[in-house]
Design a protein around this ligand. Structure first.
Ligand SMILES: [Fe+2]
Length: 236
């Protein structure tokens, strides 16, 4: 290599190295999104003891569901956020862009959020039913709480494979439906859209230890442990 060519080669190499360095630093800073930390999912503290929902949902199912399944969704979505440099800074932003996410990020984000929502919807049996504004909304949308349960049970039973049944608010109207896998009604491309008020996990891991193939029995007993005060608090 002549001297001139060697000088040019070294110059090009330095320029290329600088470009890679700049590129890397831009990607790194995007996780911080102009100084704001990228959103991370966290697992709620279980608002009851594993055995508190007996005999409707058994302690072992609750323990495995919370410490294994849910924990894994939280870890996996946070791993995906780092690995894929996902820049969203809020839960809302995350789900508004659900259709643009990788399968790993989307499924685990849904799993992380849906289970937090599910745990907070439950309490030991024996609490009060829906009242006040929530009861009015139920009566005007479905006719009665029994009719709501009938529709919800139908949606939860007929969801083929794994998924969730939902009660959502859409303006002044309440609606019922279901979503597949770990999708939820906040996803931009959800089958059912609205503000989630109540959700039921109908994945087999949620009931199989106690109920095996008897999903309808699990769904029927779920109503005994719904925290209606929490559901009401989600109705703005
Ligand atoms: Fe689950």
């Amino acid at each position: 290599m002549k001297d001139n060519s060697r000088r040019q080669f070294i110059k090009n190499t330095i320029a290329a190295t600088a470009a890679v360095t700049v590129g890397t630093s831009l990607i790194d800073s995007s996780t911080a999104f102009a100084g704001v930390e990228a959103f991370k999912f966290t697992q709620v503290t279980l608002p009851f003891k594993y055995a508190d929902l007996e005999p409707n949902i058994d302690a072992l199912t609750n323990e495995i569901h919370y410490t294994k399944h849910h924990t894994a969704y939280i870890k996996n979505v946070n791993d995906a956020i780092v690995a894929e440099n996902i820049p969203y800074t809020s839960e809302k932003q995350f789900f508004d862009n659900a259709s643009k996410l990788s399968a790993k990020a989307r499924n685990n984000a849904g799993g992380a959020w849906n289970h937090n929502f599910f745990w907070e919807s439950l309490r030991a049996p024996g609490g009060a039913g829906p009242q006040g504004k929530l009861l009015d909304a139920i009566n005007s949308s479905f006719g009665s709480i029994d009719k709501l349960k009938e529709q919800f049970n139908d949606a939860a039973t007929k969801r083929f494979g794994s998924g969730w049944a939902w009660l959502v608010a859409d303006g002044n109207k309440l609606k019922i439906g279901s979503t597949a896998n770990q999708d939820n009604p906040l996803f931009d491309n959800a089958e059912l859209k609205g503000t989630p008020l109540l959700g039921l996990d109908v994945w087999e891991h949620a009931y199989y230890l106690k109920y095996q193939n008897r999903r309808p029995e699990y769904i029927a007993n779920f109503w005994n442990v719904v925290n209606w005060d929490k559901v009401a608090s989600r109705l703005s």
